[in-house]
Design a binder for this molecule. Structure first.
Ligand SMILES: C[S@@+](CC[C@H](N)C(=O)[O-])C[C@H]1O[C@@H](n2cnc3c(N)ncnc32)[C@H](O)[C@@H]1O
Length: 261
């Protein structure tokens, strides 16, 4: 990605408060599940890469870990620091981590590492201790997910951007993540199922939450904010259920692995 990581905040940071309060809390099922698989607990030194607004860090601290995090968005990092002042959360590039070799027992990344960013895995391998545990999540088979409608507005971006989004998420395809992780030197690579469901109070809240993300910014740059909101709310209105939240269940793949001892 080179210095292009410095542009990330333009999209991901521009609605940092909306992201932290309306979008990120919907990811909580995946955070809890991966932390449980990794047995995150007392005394663990944990690094969360592409940590966003740091909710996963807050939850890892609640389990007894001492945490660090990194994200390219300064405005998301500001929220993460506010949430967990004890954590060492830095603005930077996951492909050039500013920590020494062997600094962490556990490393996580929640939909932050992609097929297009293989050097981030080499960096995670470097900063883990021998025997250190790795847990990643990536989008799985979105088109087959009942909640595919919730990500459909991202396709309003230019076709070049949509193609790049597809290349990024290909890490979740059967066999791909396993091969990439083994290539980066990890062992005991295991694919686990990760529950993931976004819930929203109404179509307008859904559109606002989605608009706070980086891929939404790519769509908004292409079609404008009004068209993005119109497309997002139109489909969501058809799915409103009396007395129940709008719910988008999405396929998310988890990978567990270990750095050799
Ligand atoms: C899909 S979001 C995931 C955020 C968070 N992990 C979560 O669960 O909500 C992707 C994140 O990657 C960050 N990001 C993108 N490129 C990055 C890079 N090169 N280095 C560090 N963070 C990056 C974005 O700022 C954004 O917070």
């Amino acid at each position: 990605m080179g210095a292009s990581w410095k542009m990330v905040d333009e999209g991901w940071g521009r609605k940092a408060v909306d992201f932290a309060t309306l979008s990120e809390p919907g990811n909580v099922r995946e955070y809890v599940t991966l932390h449980q698989h990794l047995r995150v607990g007392d005394g663990d030194r944990l690094l969360d890469v592409a940590c966003g607004a740091g909710l996963a860090i807050e939850l890892a601290v609640a389990r007894g870990a001492s945490c660090a995090g990194i994200d390219a968005s300064a405005r998301l990092v500001a929220v993460a620091r506010d949430r967990t002042p004890s954590a060492d959360v830095r603005v930077g590039d996951m492909q050039a981590l500013p920590w020494d070799d062997g600094s962490f027992d556990v490393a996580t990344s929640f939909r932050g590492i992609w097929r297009t960013t293989p050097s981030a895995l080499a960096e995670l391998h470097r900063v883990l201790v021998p025997g250190g545990r790795l847990g990643l999540t990536v989008w799985g088979h979105i088109k087959k997910s009942p909640g595919a409608w919730a990500l459909a507005p991202f396709r309003l971006a230019t076709s070049a951007k949509v193609d790049n989004q597809a290349a990024m998420v290909s890490l979740g395809r059967p066999g791909v993540g396993e091969e990439v992780l083994a290539g980066a030197g990890f062992v005991d690579v295991r694919r686990v199922s990760v529950p993931f469901a976004w819930e929203f109070a109404d179509p307008e809240t859904f559109a606002r939450a989605l608009a706070s993300t980086g891929p939404a910014y790519e769509a908004i740059q292409n079609v404008g904010e009004a068209a993005f909101f119109e497309a997002a709310t139109r489909r969501a209105r058809e799915l409103v259920r009396d007395g129940l939240p709008l719910r988008a269940t999405l396929d998310v793949v988890g990978y567990l692995a270990r750095k050799p001892s």
